[in-house]
Design a protein around this ligand. Structure first.
Ligand code: GLN
Length: 472
């Protein structure tokens, strides 16, 4: 059966299937096959089946809530849900049960969507392959010898394996878009502030966004309209946040490819995907130009300084006293902090905390944090000027298809390989990754469209116009 939200909503409406049957089928599939994939950290079997029954009951009474009523979804494990364990992929949060629910998730609950499980992730969102989780590694469902991407690798794998109809992840520097491209699904990172971050565990607060993953751009648009909007509990949520999809024609549209990303060493399959997308645009009468935005080349350095600085401050709250796991046998408070953090955090998280602490310390602050902020402003103003002529940018999502799991990696390359997703993160602008065929080894390849602040409407209508063509 198709796992498209609109098709399922129709089937639910016509009573061809019940939410209970749909949810039970997803859970059976998880129980049968997820051990070999590792998408989930928690499966909410009882609660999910209960909620599904409630949805069926509402429908039977003629009170169905809308298109999402009864649709099963998965959620990255850095979102708080009242009464359900939230680990952020970290030992330090082992045993933590949040007393409240994230706003974005509450909105989905209010629309009747059924949470089936919490998904695996790189610890606190730091990583690109879901290999930095303290609990397990997530494999790519298309070929389990390969990575599902990260940090929302569990979310992408859950949708790609058909155990969830859609998933909610977080995207700080590409963590929704890159795993979406590795797993052959659509991933949308909205404008910063469009969806409330309340209840999403902070990694880098000025970059964190709530993103969605599904089978098509239109489904992502539907999810965005459900979850977006000003939230009193998140001071950075924006007042024009509510989203509703409009279908804009492509007439007169101009698309640009930034040379700085196009000339990076890309795999043949990514090059082919870019070319295929250009051809698709041209056949719809949209011209594609190559332009130059030199500051984009600095995105990775800029992002890794700013995000590590913010992480070092945000993660100070995990001290063994307030949340989750506490070290035992400590003689005093200092030792309790030290031991809890030493035992609780993994290597990558410790590295980022140290990097951020160094970059923020007196004597280094201006050289690192100050300069990174200046570069961030520069990238933002350069892209604003580009949008005056070209409302949509076309970029790769990643420089290659998924790599093999757990292979030796050079850290500086892992960081710099994020370059294609980082500009949109640094500028707080929306971006969507679309599947665009497969590489020779059968793994999916993605391309990315980026638009100006609050232009998700444009992004989604352009994406819908080309997505079928480019994924043939
Ligand atoms: N690869 C990025 C990082 O490790 C992904 C961050 C994210 O979007 N959570 O920081």
């Amino acid at each position: 059966m198709s796992k498209n939200i609109f098709a399922l909503a129709e089937a639910l409406k016509k009573r061809e299937i019940s939410s209970f049957e749909l949810t039970a089928a997803c859970i059976e599939e998880i129980e049968a096959n997820d051990e070999g994939i590792g998408a989930y950290l928690t499966v909410c079997k009882e609660v999910a089946l209960e909620e599904a029954k409630r949805s069926d009951f509402r429908r039977a009474e003629g009170n169905a809530l809308g298109l999402l009523d009864g649709i099963p979804f998965s959620l990255k494990d850095n979102f708080c849900v009242e009464g359900i364990a939230t680990t952020c992929g970290s030992r330090i949060l082992e045993g933590y049960i949040p007393p409240y629910t994230a706003t974005a998730v509450k909105k989905l609950f209010d629309a009747g969507a059924v949470l089936i499980g919490k998904t695996n992730m790189d610890e606190f969102g730091m990583g690109s392959f879901t290999e930095n989780s303290a609990y397990k590694v997530t494999k790519n469902p298309i070929n389990t010898e390969y990575s599902a991407g990260g940090s929302s690798g569990g979310s992408a794998a859950s949708v790609a394996s058909g155990t969830a109809v859609f998933s909610v992840g977080s995207d700080t520097g590409g963590s929704v878009r890159q795993p979406a491209s590795f797993c052959g699904i659509v991933g949308l990172k909205p404008t910063y502030g469009r969806i409330s971050r309340y209840g999403l565990t902070a990694f880098a607060s000025s970059l964190d966004t709530v993103g969605v993953m599904a089978g098509s751009a239109t489904e992502c648009g539907l999810l965005l309209s459900c979850m977006s909007g000003k939230d009193e509990k998140d001071a950075t949520s924006i007042s024009q946040a509510s989203f509703s999809a409009k279908n804009e024609g492509l007439e007169g549209l101009r698309v640009a490819i930034p040379r700085e990303l196009f000339e990076l060493p890309m795999s043949d399959s990514v090059k082919a995907a870019m070319e295929k997308t250009v051809t698709a645009f041209e056949s719809l009468g949209v011209s594609v130009d190559i332009i130059s935005v030199p500051s984009l080349a600095l995105s990775a350095e800029c992002y890794y300084i700013i995000s590590s600085c913010e992480a070092s401050s945000n993660l100070a709250r995990f001290d063994g006293v307030r949340y989750g796991r506490r070290a035992t046998g400590c003689k005093n408070l200092d030792e309790l902090y030290k031991k809890s953090r030493t035992e609780g955090f993994g290597t990558e998280v410790k590295r980022r905390i140290m990097l951020g602490t160094l970059a923020l310390s007196a004597g280094y602050y201006d050289d690192y944090y100050g300069r990174a902020q200046a570069v961030r402003k520069r990238i933002s103003s350069d892209l604003s000027s580009v949008f005056e002529n070209y409302p949509v940018l076309l970029m790769p999502t990643a420089l290659s298809e998924a790599p093999r799991l757990l292979e030796d990696r050079v850290l500086s390359k892992v960081y710099s390989d994020d370059i294609c997703t980082l500009p949109a993160s640094l500028c707080g602008i929306p971006a969507i990754s679309l599947p665009c065929g497969t590489a020779k080894n059968g793994l999916p390849v993605g391309i990315q469209l980026v638009a100006n602040r609050l232009r998700e409407d444009l992004l989604i209508s352009v994406a819908s116009a080309i997505e079928e063509d480019i994924n043939e």
